[in-house]
Design a protein around this ligand. Structure first.
Ligand SMILES: Cc1cc2nc3c(=O)[nH]c(=O)nc-3n(C[C@H](O)[C@H](O)[C@H](O)COP(=O)(O)OP(=O)(O)OC[C@H]3O[C@@H](n4cnc5c(N)ncnc54)[C@H](O)[C@@H]3O)c2cc1C
Length: 446
């Protein structure tokens, strides 16, 4: 206890600059402000949240992209609770895993304890021949037996082949899960990271496999209440203030930004991976790491919003779309009270990248009309394409640690070392770890 007290008192009053107010940066800001640091967050955009943020359009508040959270996002959900976000209906819709491709496939995990919920869910799922359901159960049991760890990473496609997963099981279950979680196509995606996701969600406690869908916009779900929390502890979150460079000074750092400069004792660099090298170019010791970060490849996610008559609804809040460009469609009426508004998500690279926004919206509207009665003739559409939504989660990827060779400088972001792919949970965990490294004084050197 004494040790912890002494370590905590080390951070009290220390000036920490955080670059970027995405979920990683804001997670670090909350933890550091709570521990007594003097926190200043600089964000280039006018909206907080980075790749998970609100967007205003036609008087509506949309998200830059529909986000799916799962019960296994423990640190994200814990921080959201700490910010006063409620999980019992108001702010998020939380329910058992329910993968529904209407008319083709449905997997629902029944209210049974682990591991029965998963075995029963797989054995009772609709749309797979019995032999494929058994093979899916065998695959999960084999994964458990090897503690979800591969000796040699490979692609998700190769893993599914090795465990003899049938055509429908791949098409409706494993491949959609892979694309949703890793945002990388199965033949290119890391089997090890996929297994990590299966271990913590499907094979976790029943609550871990639950789907958690936002009911309010993504900025208000965490980044904005986090900024209030930081403000209430004497910190600052400065939006619309781009950081241009970080200079190492005899003691501490100097941050050069759009409004001038700022001296501080420590820096959490929570920029997107493609901005790190530019901002840290002034620090020679960071160059080998910055080059590795720059070499990461990225995958897009495109969201197609379609506004229909207010009475138009999908069969449930989230449905799978088989054989379509978009993989999932979300009913914003059911989720966020935006009647008749549907958001379809196209993840990872693919043929859709060749289409104009108008062509893509028209094709997605056709796909919805072909699958759901009455879902036709949208009044308007809005396409939001995030070209670098996440890093491409390939086998054997070396992700940089949160610690760096420079004492007092740590790296946060979904691309940093984590068992998880580029997700909110990877971002939040990295931010929390950076804060702890600084609080405990164990951030030096790798
Ligand atoms: C469309 C879409 C859908 C997604 N769906 C899901 C999902 O369903 N589930 C899930 O878990 N994850 C999903 N993700 C991934 C998730 O959003 C990201 O992993 C996460 O938001 C990354 O957070 P971050 O804080 O690491 O980075 P970022 O969000 O990129 O934060 C970095 C911040 O730094 C700011 N910045 C950049 N340059 C500067 C500068 N020079 N000075 C100051 N600030 C700067 C940026 O504006 C940004 O706010 C999705 C992502 C997208 C884009």
């Amino acid at each position: 206890m004494e040790d912890l007290g002494a370590r905590l008192s080390g951070i009290i009053g220390q000036r920490v600059c955080i670059l970027g107010a995405g979920w990683a940066g804001m997670a670090a800001a909350v933890e550091l402000a709570d521990a007594g640091a003097q926190v200043a967050v600089f964000e280039s955009a006018h909206t907080l949240g980075g790749r998970a943020r609100a967007i205003d359009y036609r008087g509506l508040t949309l998200d830059n992209g529909a986000h799916i959270l799962v019960g296994a996002y423990r640190q994200t959900l814990a921080l959201m609770r700490k910010m006063g976000v409620s999980e019992d209906g108001g702010d998020v819709a939380r329910g058992p895993l329910d993968l529904n491709f209407p008319g083709s496939f449905r997997l629902r995990t029944p209210r049974l304890p682990r591991p029965l919920h998963l075995a029963a869910g797989l054995l009772l799922c609709r749309g797979l021949p019995f032999a494929q359901r058994l093979a899916a159960v065998r695959f999960m049991r084999a994964a458990q037996a090897m503690h979800f760890t591969l000796q040699q990473d490979t692609s998700v496609s190769a893993l599914l082949e090795r465990f003899e997963q049938g055509e429908q099981a791949r098409r409706f279950l494993w491949e959609p899960l892979c694309i949703a979680a890793l945002n990388t196509r199965p033949h290119e995606a890391s089997a090890q990271v996929f297994l990590n996701v299966l271990r913590d969600s499907l094979d976790g406690a029943r609550r871990d496999s639950e789907l958690v869908l936002p009911r309010r916009d993504l900025s208000r779900l965490f980044p904005l209440p986090a900024a209030d929390f930081v403000g209430a502890r004497g910190g600052r979150v400065v939006a619309g203030c781009e950081v241009n460079a970080v200079h190492a000074r005899e003691s501490g750092f100097e941050i050069e930004h759009a409004h001038g400069s700022e001296r501080c004792d420590a820096v959490v660099c929570a920029l997107p991976p493609y901005r790190v090298a530019g901002v840290l170019a002034t620090l020679p010791a960071m160059q080998p790491i910055a080059r590795r970060i720059d070499a990461l490849e990225h995958e897009p996610i495109t969201c197609v919003y379609l506004q229909y008559r207010p009475d138009v609804r999908l069969p449930q809040s989230m449905v799978g779309l088989e054989g379509a460009l978009a993989q999932w469609a979300f009913d914003r009426g059911r989720l966020a009270g935006q009647s008749g508004l549907i958001c379809a998500v196209v993840s990872a690279r693919g043929a859709h990248e060749q289409l104009s926004h108008e062509q893509l919206a028209a094709q997605v509207a056709e796909e919805l009309a072909a699958r759901f009665a009455g879902v036709n003739a949208p009044h308007w559409s809005k396409v939001i394409a995030e070209k670098r939504a996440t890093f491409s989660c390939r086998p054997n990827l070396e992700r940089p640690d949160q610690r760096t060779p420079i004492p007092g400088l740590v790296l946060a972001g979904d691309y940093t070392a984590s068992p998880y792919p580029g997700t909110l949970e990877a971002a939040v965990r990295s931010g929390v770890r950076c804060a702890r490294l600084l609080i405990e004084g164990s951030h030096v050197p790798v």
